[in-house]
Design a protein around this ligand. Sequence first.
Ligand code: G3P
Length: 218
Amino acid sequence: MKFFIDTANLDQIKEAQELGVLDGVTTNPSLMAKEGITGRNNILKHYVDICNIVDGDVSAEVIATDFEGMIKEGEELAELHEQIVVKIPMTKDGVKAAKYFSDKDIKTNVTLVFSVGQALLAAKAGASYVSPFIGRLDDISTDGLTLIEDIRLIYDNYGFETEILAASVRHTMHIVNCAKIGADVMTGPLSAITGLLKHPLTDSGLAQFIADYEKGNK
Ligand code: G3P
């Protein structure tokens, strides 16, 4: 399973990259605003800065909601860097835009997906990635992981190549369960990724090894 980090924070992206397990980055307009990145030029420059830190795909989201606007913006984003993936909302115009970009071999990530029907449409349109938001489904008492499971089943039934990018991942167990189900990618915060490191028996075992070494090497 690929690990993407879901942030526009350059320090956190660097930290995940230095850990050696990062395969890409996802951003969205809320995450850009959280970092205080405003104004079209600054936003575009920030995407390039992110691409220069990581090796893999970097999702950059369009703001336009109409087909023509998404195409214009998406083409501008795709021109920025070869690692850019155009992120498009799951709407009627978004599906049309995903098909347009797929025909032009421009990678897309269809976002704000909350149902299997939406995921099926994204795959039919030739999206490179589909982003079901599992945390936001959990927030409204609907099991987000079941959605990943259902999409996996349908994509495997028909051999769709669209990668399932489990988004709105909030914690370590989301990551572990997505891996069990067979999500192709997960995107989450740095805390969820580094949370996978932690186990008290690792800490106590290491402390014991060091203590025993020091006893024998006084
Ligand atoms: O990748 C989608 C993500 O940014 C949404 O996460 O935590 O705001 O639901 P969250």
